[in-house]
Write a new protein. Sequence first.
Length: 594
Amino acid sequence: MVNLATGSVAALETLARPEDSDVDVLSCARRCPDLDAELAALAVRSAARQETLLPLHVNVFAETVAERPGLTSLGKAVHEAGRRPWEITLDLVGPFTRVRHRPLLDAVAELRDEGYRICADGVGDGDLPLRLLGDLTPDIVKLDASLCARLDSDPGRQAAVAAMRQLCERLGGLLAIEGVETERQYAAVREAGVQLAQGHLFAPPARRAAAEVYLPVAHPPPASGRGAPYRPPSGPPVAQFLQPAALLPMSVSAGAVRSHLTGFPEVSGVLLVDSDGVPVRAIDRDRFLLSLSGRYGHALYADRPALRLADRPRTVGADATAWQVLDMIADGDRDRTGDDVAVVDERGRCMGVVHLADILRALAESRVEEAARLNPLTRLPGSDAVNAEVDRRIAEGREFALSWLDVDGFKQVNDGAGFAAGDELIRSVGRTLAEVAEGEPTARVGHIGGDDFLVLADPDGLEPFAGALLDVGWSAGEMPVTLSLATVVCPPGSVIGHGAAAAALAPLKKAAKALPGASWVLGRPGTEHTEVRRGAAEPVPEAAEPVPEAAEVLEAAEVLEAAEPVPEAEHLGAAPAPDGPGEPAGQEGARSRG
């Protein structure tokens, strides 16, 4: 299994494959839980003979786990091989139709208590119900190879993989896929956000694990025109960069550690763990070997506990982000900047390590992608980033408030104060939004373009934005300016996507713009009721006939006496009135003007 973020081998899957024989061993194992458990134990023993330090994936039928909770023979093999349960991932294989769900879930919980990790195998081409998949909360969801075929061109398969990626994010697991055989498929699975992959492209199945795997040097272009998936500002999860850790007991000697490091040149360090797998000390490869290679170094340390040359481990939880890892490294000792960081589960057991180089590369790539999406005037992200976060919160069943902010009469601002003053006003509004968002961890702000902005926040986190934007005076040049804010509060299940939320927001924006001055209108999807939180409708006074001053009347009379009579129709530019009884139209018009 290859980690697509780092390009390194993340684990080995050890499979039982029958030789030419009249007996189908796997069919027998499906019907006999004891035989299936024994095959899993033999897989662990076989891997131990190859002296690999990589984590292992072992296949076991779901019915075996339900019928033989604890898998005694497997646990014995793990112990005899010098392995620990948290180095073993159990790939649960179907069929699931006849499996009793409650015994299966109870057995999985028991195996997790011992430290085993759980993978749901063959998802997408089997009979694993989605409800059971959610109840299992697997550490890894492994998609069947049939989904990898034509993934680069089939929108349906792309949608299925995207849905599984979202499910894994919700469950806190990783997404893996089988059957990667071409570089085009490799590009497609990377674009889809898959984190682990297997297939003949990397290395074919063999009796002995491949020493090296093939990975395309230059990433192929995306299989389609879609952009990279949106990453939240908190950064990618650290589990995405997880690499196998070299774990040794606390009592190990310095000579034994040296043997491991020289025998496995790719290992950058060793973690010394207690009996529960909790990292107690960390050994950096370069500093350790330098200490032993110095004068009298081997004589002083070789037969003594390696603890003497170890440091305190740097650890982060499995739910940490890449930015949090970088912050921890920056706050530590400068001479340990390049040390590995151990990733631990909720019980403190080591799941693997992450390398600083992988973290820096991923964050640099995310920064480049983020910069390409920023508005050049305000340096705020566009609507795509906010829309993606809206969809994420909808999928998570969270209530949120989406707001639309703009400047009242912005065209008149540009016409009256000039484009430079208008641009500076937009920059000032953008800076204010960003400053308020810094104090609201769950808020996201975006600049759609022109004078339009988006604000995504929790319903109880709107007042700071309203106070900073609506309760202060704004101006462009010397022109006073007001802002309008429209908000739609979306409870869980009220909208199905960001498009529906935007549609519910449109009439609220119109209502806010209809109010004079700074305004704020709030509503909910599916209802016409609106709440006015800022601004109020002002009555429009009726137009009254102005009463002319006496001097004006006299002046007008003198002007009329001095002027020649002008026919009313000609004065108004209309056609002459037809002849008829009474006074001529011109005299009547003159008298009316007098």
